[in-house]
Design a protein around this ligand. Structure first.
Ligand SMILES: [Zn+2]
Length: 463
């Protein structure tokens, strides 16, 4: 199946009844590896000719491009860190020293929505852009979007963010119709568009799509579940993988909810859940080689059910902003390696991000993991929590302070019991000591358009 940059709708419609958007998603992994290694060799040649950044990096490591011919060979190479990419961008405008195409070949740029430091700018050639569309289309298809579907776009459309224009493009590419309001358009406009246009699918961040549905009766006089939406696809933050949050979204919208994961450097999305909802499949192994790094032992480990690690990406077939062994900062757990849907890519769930990780007496703690536990404990909690991280890097204090809001039906008199319950759950599940402070519901802000920060940098003024 070949698609031109100018999407061919008729081709897309033909894929409607297929089991996956691209056959490679269901191909045996040995066959996929052959494709990966052929493309890896070509990628190394490209970098050898075009990338001053990687020429320097390989020279420093004492390795030549021609030595890297297999997936295992990648382990001879150093990682590419986000800090290196930031430095490269600072050293040479606009796309950094790691730009490996002429500016005249670049057709598009995107920016990461970095929470720390300045945004990271990514350049795409025509071929790169098409690969991005293809990877996203596979994710959307796995999550249930079909050619001809009308899709409510509830991710932000702002500032070159990958959740904006690239999603519009990928939906066009696969023959679906984007309703381009965006989260920045506000809940009111999104819901009015949904009431007028009756989308079959909704795309957005989990907290925000839940918030939208909660607002629907007030803003449009009907429940979200009456809008006829059948699919809600969420991403951009961890919530979709938390059973309680997923169940909440499904109930509010009366629709099936699946999750996807990607980034801003390698593409928009390349992991996506299928109908089985049992973890996100890697759906683009022919465009990205993914390694799993056990950060405790510093070893690359196989994708086997139950293991955890950080995702390391090498783009293959990438021209303008190529990355080799890029440390994503995404920490995942492998949930499975086979599936009733026929896809062969491993299935994962994201357990947290390096950027958010706190080190409490040597233990790695992700606020999103605490959030999962607290959410699962509803209705004794209402799922809203904040971690107090008033320290830099790591803390030697014996316990991490965690604020949780008591569930709506709970009495303040029972707070001590609730505190004890949550502290025990957190210690058993995540192996760190928490000092839980129970606060009344609505102490912390309700989720809105912006991603909810789970971490407080200073002690809040509480009543
Ligand atoms: Zn599946």
């Amino acid at each position: 199946m070949e698609f031109g940059m100018r999407f061919r709708r008729a081709d897309a419609i033909q894929r409607k009844a297929a089991r996956s958007w691209h056959d490679v998603e269901c191909a045996p992994l040995e066959q996929v590896r052959t494709i990966q290694e052929a493309k890896l060799v070509r990628q190394m040649e490209w970098l050898g000719q075009r990338s001053g950044f990687y020429q320097h990096k390989f020279r420093e490591a004492g390795i030549s491009f021609s030595e890297i011919r297999t997936v295992d060979d990648l382990q001879k190479l150093p990682y590419t860190l986000k800090t290196e990419i930031r430095e490269s961008l600072g050293a040479e405008r606009p796309f950094g020293r790691h730009l490996a195409a002429a500016l005249s070949e670049v057709v598009q740029m995107q920016a990461s929505s970095g929470t720390t430091g300045s945004p990271s700018y990514v350049a795409l050639t025509e071929s790169d852009a098409e690969t991005w569309h293809e990877m996203s289309a596979r994710c959307f298809f796995a999550g249930g979007i079909r050619p001809g579907d009308v899709v409510l776009h509830a991710f932000s459309m702002a500032k070159g963010f990958v959740g904006g224009i690239p999603i519009v493009q990928a939906l066009q590419y696969m023959g679906a119709i984007d309703i381009p309001v965006g989260a920045d358009g506000g809940a009111d406009r999104l819901l009015r568009a949904a009431a007028d246009l009756r989308p079959r699918c909704v795309l957005g961040a989990p907290n925000f799509v839940a918030y939208l549905a909660e607002k629907a009766p007030e803003l449009i006089g009907m429940k979200a579940s009456e809008l006829g939406v059948e699919r809600v696809i969420v991403g951009g933050e961890p919530g979709g993988g938390i059973p309680a949050i997923r169940a909440h979204i499904e109930e509010l919208w009366g629709a099936k909810c699946t999750e996807l994961l990607g980034g801003t450097d390698i593409g928009v999305a390349y992991w996506s859940e299928c109908d089985e909802q049992s973890g996100m499949h890697m759906v683009s192994l022919d465009h990205v080689i993914v390694e799993l790094l056990d950060t405790d032992t510093d070893k690359i480990i196989p994708f086997e059910t139950g293991v955890r690690g950080e995702l390391i990406y090498t783009a293959i077939g990438r021209q303008a902003s190529p990355l080799v062994r890029f440390r994503s900062g995404d920490h995942v757990e492998v949930l499975g390696t086979s599936c009733s849907c026929g896809r062969t890519g491993p299935k994962i769930r994201c357990v947290g991000r390096t950027d958010d990780m706190l080190i409490v007496r040597g233990a790695n703690v992700f606020p999103s993991a605490i959030q999962s536990i607290v959410t699962e404990m509803a209705p004794v909690t209402n799922g809203v929590m904040r971690v107090l991280a008033d320290f830099e890097g790591h803390t030697t204090q014996s316990a991490l302070t965690v604020y949780i809001e008591r569930g709506p039906a709970r009495k303040q008199a029972d707070d001590a019991e609730l505190k004890d319950k949550v502290e025990t759950r957190l210690r058993n599940a995540l192996a760190f000591r928490a000092n839980v402070i129970v606060v009344s519901p609505d102490t912390f802000e309700k989720p809105g358009v912006a991603k909810v920060a789970l971490t407080l940098r200073k002690r809040p003024d509480l009543p």
